[in-house]
Design a protein around this ligand. Structure first.
Ligand code: ZN
Length: 306
């Protein structure tokens, strides 16, 4: 491992909230984004431009964009699935980067976005091209890269092949997503290593859910295998409609604690993340899954220092 710095992407406002049954209002979403920025986040997945009937929680995508803080140093990411979503995202004038999603299996691709796996790769490539034509950037995520809720095991060769096809469109990175939280560290090490070698110099981002308690171990394994960017959600919010009862994304503050304690800089402020977790727990009216915020701060900050 040679990474002294890992970039974090805050996905709480989108992946964290999208399956919450109680509608979170736009003001609270913007407050979450402001707290993430104050804690040091410089890449934030702020919303998705999808059918509001399918994902009611994201129906205020345009309103969220209109309220985003004017920051030249923050990259705002909008998730899109098709040309209509791309047009909506670009029309806001506030989305810096389009996030496209390709799905590793046909059955999941059909259920999630009504297309084949190959079709999802082609649409992702088109989304990245449209982003570039509009003077923005694009990124691609391979969903269900480590396992599918319908088809079970996913071929590693298939994921490497998809990553190569996506890389030719020139995304800022290709992400491997454990959408349903079934990955294990050995699998992560193998697949991140293979994909990183196959698409270099384009970097690898990873996206893990802690559904079965392997989230942090998978992050560590991915970083050791050469991933450069890690998605995480404040408080560990976030589920998946195809993984009922699932825990959420890996918690931003837990990942930051682990990496920073191991000497890997993230640019994020742990104390501010913990404060943001406490604020978000109030908004959600429940304790959040993240662990670090429930424990005493360690090491303790000396008196008089900030
Ligand atoms: Zn996710």
């Amino acid at each position: 491992m040679d990474a002294a710095v890992i970039e974090m992407v805050e996905v709480g406002p989108r992946d964290g909230l999208q399956n919450e049954k109680t509608l979170i209002d736009t003001t609270a979403k913007l407050a979450l984004i402001e707290r993430a920025i104050a804690a040091g986040s410089r890449r934030i997945e702020v919303t998705s431009f999808v059918n509001p009937r399918a994902v009611p929680q994201m129906a205020d995508a345009e309103a969220v964009c209109a309220g985003l803080p004017e920051r030249d140093d923050v990259t705002y990411i909008g998730l899109v699935m098709n040309a209509r979503g791309t047009d909506r995202a670009l029309a806001t004038g506030r989305i810096d980067q389009l996030g496209a999603v390709a799905v590793a299996t046909d059955t999941f691709a059909m259920a999630n976005q009504g297309q084949t796996s190959d079709g999802s790769v082609e649409i992702s490539r088109a989304i990245i091209a449209q982003a570039q034509a509009a003077g923005r950037t694009g990124q691609a995520t391979i969903a269900a890269a480590f396992g599918c809720p319908f088809e079970g095991e996913v071929s590693e060769d298939r994921v490497v092949q998809m990553a190569c096809a996506l890389a030719t469109a020139g995304p800022v990175e290709v992400a491997l997503a454990d959408t349903i939280g079934v990955a294990n560290p050995a699998h992560v090490s193998r697949l991140v290593g293979r994909v990183a070698a196959a698409i270099a110099p384009i970097p690898v981002r990873v996206h893990f859910h802690n559904t079965r308690g392997t989230g942090l171990a998978n992050v560590w394994s991915a970083v050791e295998a050469g991933a450069r960017t890690v998605d995480a959600s404040l408080g560990g919010l976030g589920g998946c409609p195809f993984a009922p009862g699932a825990a959420g994304n890996v918690a931003t503050e837990d990942v930051v604690y682990m990496l920073e304690r191991a000497g890997i800089a993230t640019g994020l402020d742990l104390a501010k993340l913990i404060a943001a977790n406490n604020w978000l727990a109030d908004v959600m009216q429940r304790q959040l899954p993240g662990m670090v915020a429930k424990a005493p701060l360690f090491p303790r900050v000396a008196e008089g220092r900030t």
